[in-house]
Design a protein around this ligand. Sequence first.
Ligand SMILES: CC(C)(COP(=O)(O)O)[C@@H](O)C(=O)NCCC(=O)O
Ligand SMILES: [Mn+2]
Length: 909
Amino acid sequence: MLDLNGGEGNPTNQKKDTNNNKEREIEGEREVAFPSALSASSNSMMNRSSCRPQIDLTGAAIQGNFEERDPSILLPNQSDDISHLALDIGGSLIKLVYFSRHEDHPIDDKRKRSIKNKLGLSNGNSRSYPSLGGQLHFVKFETGKLNDCLDFISTKQLHMGGTDPPSWSSRRSTNENVIIKATGGGAYKFADVLKEKLGVSIDKEDEMDCLVAGANFLLKAIRHEAFTHMEGQKEFVQIDHNDLFPYLLVNIGSGVSMIKVDGDGKFERVSGTNVGGGTYWGLGRLLTKCKSFDELLELSQRGDNSNVDMLVGDIYGGVDYSKIGLSALTIASSFGKTISENKELSDYRPEDISLSLLRMISYNIGQISYLNALRYGLKRIFFGGFFIRGHAYTMDTISFAVHFWSKGQAQAMFLRHEGFLGALGAFMSYEKHGLDDLMVHQLVERFPMGDPCVDGKIDGPPLVDLNEKISWMEKFVQKGIEIIAPVPMAPPPGTTGVGGFERPYSRGGTLRSDASAALNIGVLHLVPTLDVFPLLADPKTYEPNTIDLADRSELEYWFTVLSEHLPDLVDKAVASEGGTDDAQRRGAAFARAFSAHLRRLMEEPAAYGKLGLANLLELREECLREFQFVDAYFSIKQRENEASLAVLPDLLMELDSMAEDARLLALIEGVLAANIFDWGSRACVDLYHKGTIIEIYRMSRKKMHRPWQVDDFDAFNKRMLGSGDKTPQPHKRALLFVDNSGADVVLGMLPLARELLRRGTEVVLVGNSSPALNDVTAMELPEIVAEAAKHCDTLRKAAEAGGLLMDAMVNIQDSSVDNVASVPLMVVVENGCGSPCIDFRQVSSELAAAAKDADLIILEGMGRALHTNFNARFKCDTLKLAMVKNQRLAEKLIKGNIYDCVCRFEPSD
Ligand SMILES: CC(C)(COP(=O)(O)O)[C@@H](O)C(=O)NCCC(=O)O
Ligand SMILES: [Mn+2]
């Protein structure tokens, strides 16, 4: 029985800690200097939200002292004339793709460099050039509002070779000789206007080249880009990059081009049809008097084409023509009914005409596309172009045609960024953007709110700071979330049935509004320092999420959990920033933004790509960062760390009095028991009101009886201690993915790390790059380790050996207890994430490097070991440890109850 006293902190005490708040305010001041909340929070850390632009590093050389914090770098081949803007000026829309970058902090400070040296990681990816952030933005304007577009470019200075804030590359003081790549007819039509208003020259890029370059980039670089759309169901298709070519790209603009793509820059326009989007819009306008394409499309959703089209049943007296596989509902002749009746145009409903037209054109395009795919033996057909514009019913109609004519052998696929293929391709045509080599794992898509220029038509001038963003949120988002996005719906009663060519199942509810469309395509963060975790058994089949939110009941459950947690989170976030008026305003904006995301995803779960619980939890953290909440649980984490460190010596003493196998069991029990400190779990937060953390910790330890609900302890024990006379080789290097601050890391994971060190195993503590709930971050770990090292020689020596204690004032109280001659080193690396979960397809390159010699992984906590990675397989021994702090998850995943534990050991084969 443990006897743990003193140092208790009450985690329920949310009162303002003046000292703490002072510190936070000072930090807040610092944030002003760094406009990205993230860069302020992670300071020298590199993570999935910060990155550098692609620059020409050939011949790069350090000028001055290499050990300086910010040595200047000479980039002899880097010219400043990289433009960051490309345009596709079409007849109805102007699409802009632009690259923004912001200065980040050099991540490789002295200490980190030294740690890497010790682990043998100093070469490879360590940076010898400034680390910079950058994102790719997608924006569109109506062509009729060209002036708004020009204002936007001018305010953001996109034509001046850079974006806000002024970047490391010298910005031009004049726009003389600035050349901007552009495609689309407007590149010719408006070249003079652009010259006159912005002073820039247009370099016209071939439209077809751009389409193909844009599609190739998207298909290679974005994981959830291509999807099928059948009967209202959107399903993302994983495309193997090595098996992408050849494919058929069908671009449906005013006319239709069918392009056989064989590789980068290798393509041939093999066919096309003059019956395309222009035909639909032109005929539709004449026949219905609609004023816009969107209006016409919206009309079609209330139509019944059987009033206009001649169906097989009309010819065959209501029965199928089954001999050739045509049901009575198949369209025999589009608009065929209008010839046999003595009616005028005004006798037909515009809705029916619009629907009949839409189906006629979509079916025709689908059919010709399939025949061309067949002709060239192409497996895949991707559809893009302004005609589709994410419209569920249009996509379903094309899919039906392809499915019908191919007898299910071919599938139509669509692209999330379909409207931006040309602009992206024009952007790719700059010689020095360097994006060609980027891979899927280096791109992270984020969905910032409060910016009306993300895939939306611009409503007013661009937002320049957070204050304007919040005002915009206050004004528009409330309105925006009331607008219904296109939710695929069941056919209305009385319409013709399913299962054939004649009637696609899905019907768009309403057209996507600008406000909700603004949340559909995110900002693409380019993060060249992300890597695939090398110990994944099969990266191709790896799926991080355990819970599939495609299951509607799961979706509803987790949305409710997150919504209900929101007020508490806002309270913590606002308190963490001193509870000021400004913090309250930001808190309200955060709540509004996150709720809007939830609503949007509830309507269309696949709107942002494939949705798993990990994505939602990450989105919440990103949203907090967007409103500059640096670390909502900062003071809670500190308090819990202090309380836990105070009882650590007693715990270590008790552990040291145990025999080896009893100790290993006690250590694992300790990790599981201490995982109860989770501020993201509603049940746990309720629990914290009932006692101090040490009381709760003791209570939790008392209940740690084996067998646990998932209990592989015996296998782990055997691997560690052997059986009989056989003493197994200790592991060489263990990666410990730590979870929460306080007892979890101090009383759970550190004692386990100590045991491994004693056995001769190198320990790599892997912490978050940015804060998420009460998770401990990599940046916080050295200080915690330094404090713990005061009570333990093993930890001290290992931390010293790993360079962790370089700056820490370590005052050893207890060197006699644990006098070990030599111990392996212990280091800290960041994981590249700012979320409670981990996606092993995108981790920091330093973690990937540290993993190369690792033969044991310990994943701790619900987020990292259950919500994600529960089913993941690794190439080395893996221990997954977590307490389940949610009743429903316990029932579903382990057929148990809340507070049951998981100790899953998966030895390497
Ligand atoms: C966010 C979390 C995954 C964090 O858990 P942890 O990884 O710290 O064990 C977890 O708190 C969670 O799933 N919370 C939501 C469920 C609930 O409140 O019951
Ligand atoms: Mn956690």
